[in-house]
Design a protein around this ligand. Structure first.
Ligand code: UD1
Length: 429
């Protein structure tokens, strides 16, 4: 089913009545951005892997379909657990319909080259947040001995003899680091990735690859050194929790002037977000190693934000934070440096009374005293989350359409918000 059809045939939306301070505790689930590459990485071995803490999301279901389309056996052995049996993979061309739905499906390319010596993968689609090339992935593959060409919208890769190499990325791309790291994990010579992404999800993937038998050093820094093994072994692994889901609940607490404890997140991974919450006047209290309490009683102060690769402020939290700053007592500037156009939520927030001026890669947010409920539409995953947050704080009824985008990355969002006292319901029809 393509995304357009999801929208027109299912016709689901969130109806939110605000403002309502959120109070209580919530626990985050497994990380989408760690689950997708790790599911792809199970293909690197010919023996089965069992993966736990996999979030129940549209994007995960898409990745499962990609694995099955290639011939892997996939068995769901629990709500959040899968057994992947990759011995039977035989097809090197994932279907166009699946790849165009989700950019992260391109992550099967590295594993396919490793297992079948070739891959023919359609150019990926995904969230509408600007042009998202894959040149860095391809450049990385080429350094490891892969021939790469593009024909009729397909990337064709062919590896006669894989070898280790030195890869330097012009930008620390998360996906390119993961794809190249996966391929290198089965090459016995040394591979060095310089200017690698440092995101925690890259670290989680490296942990999985290490359990499978690869030797990986420097992960979490900008230089990763990999010594692979031809016979990686499938293994049992539990995926890290989702820091972006956690950050979204922290902002939900602040924007509704509530008091919420978010459990199940390593707080050090949220440092940039929590620091910004403190700057705008929220009380932030770490509760042990894996929980954080965020409370806010007054109107937020303005602040400036610049998205950056990890450990900088995550682009995946930019939209949600914009909703908060729309209610600040002054002017804030948000600069998006990771993606070239990721301000589609601005027009929708304006429908709710926000005052935002976009100039190139920056958005000037003039805080208003209150937002008002309106009919709005999510255009991508995090933009959708931002509209839900704005709706929780706005006066009156907000209707968020296009929630299939939200379902790509948040499991049971409305159920979790309801447990914190929010008036939000999923309406069908
Ligand atoms: C991943 C995350 C996404 C997050 C993003 C940045 C997953 C499944 N998705 O996406 O939620 O927003 O990291 O933290 O993990 N680029 C190139 N050439 C390439 C690859 C990327 O120019 O070959 C550019 C992109 O267009 C973008 C920037 O690099 O401007 C960052 O992209 P990248 O880090 O690769 O993001 P994704 O892995 O797609």
């Amino acid at each position: 089913m393509d995304e357009q059809k999801d929208q027109t045939e299912v016709r689901e939306y969130f109806r939110i009545r605000g403002p309502q301070p959120l109070r209580g505790s919530v626990t985050v689930g497994g990380s989408k951005n760690a689950a997708l590459p790790i599911l792809a990485a199970t293909l690197l071995s010919s023996t089965p892997s069992v993966i736990h803490n996999v979030p129940d999301l549209l994007d995960v279901r898409t990745m499962v379909m990609v694995l099955e389309s290639l011939g892997a056996g996939v068995e769901r052995i629990g709500k959040h657990s899968y057994r992947i049996s990759p011995a039977t993979i035989s097809r090197f061309e994932p279907p166009y319909e699946l790849i165009r739905k989700m950019r992260a499906s391109f992550l099967v390319t590295g594993p396919l080259i490793s297992r079948l010596s070739r891959a023919r993968v359609p150019l990926p689609g995904g969230c509408a947040i600007g042009s998202r090339p894959i040149d860095l992935h391809l450049k990385g593959f080429a350094h490891l001995g892969v021939d790469v060409s593009m024909r009729s919208g397909y990337i064709e890769t062919w590896a006669q003899k894989l070898r280790g190499g030195e890869v330097y990325f012009d930008f620390p791309s998360v996906g390119a680091t993961e794809n190249v790291m996966m391929l290198a994990a089965t090459i016995e010579d040394e591979t060095i990735i310089a200017n690698a992404a440092r995101e925690p999800e890259v670290v989680d993937l490296a942990r999985f690859l290490t359990l499978m038998g690869a030797s990986i050093e420097g992960v979490g820094t900008d230089t990763i050194v990999i010594r692979g093994r031809k016979d990686l072994q499938g293994c049992e692994y539990t995926i890290m929790n989702d820091r972006i889901e956690a950050g979204t609940f922290c902002v939900a607490a602040a924007i509704t002037r509530g008091d919420v404890t978010v459990h199940g997140v390593e707080t050090s991974l949220l440092r940039s977000v929590l620091t910004k919450l403190e700057e705008v006047g929220a009380q932030v209290e770490k509760v042990g190693e894996d929980a954080v309490r965020v409370a806010m009683s007054e109107r937020p102060r303005p602040t400036n934000i610049k998205t950056m690769p990890y450990p900088g402020f995550p682009t995946d939290m930019q939209a949600q934070f914009m909703s908060l700053l729309c209610l600040a007592d002054g002017v804030s500037v948000i600069t998006e440096t990771v993606f070239e156009s990721r301000f589609a939520h601005v027009g929708e927030l304006e429908r709710m009374g926000a005052k935002v001026q976009v100039e190139g890669r920056s958005a000037v947010v003039v805080g208003v005293e209150k937002l008002t409920g309106a009919r709005v539409t999510a255009t991508d995953l995090r933009a959708g989350a931002a509209l839900v947050l704005a709706g929780l704080a706005a006066e009156g009824v907000t209707e968020v359409n296009g929630i299939h985008h939200i379902d790509r990355g948040y499991e049971d969002l409305e159920v979790k918000l309801q447990s914190l006292g929010a008036f939000i319901e999923r309406v069908r029809g």
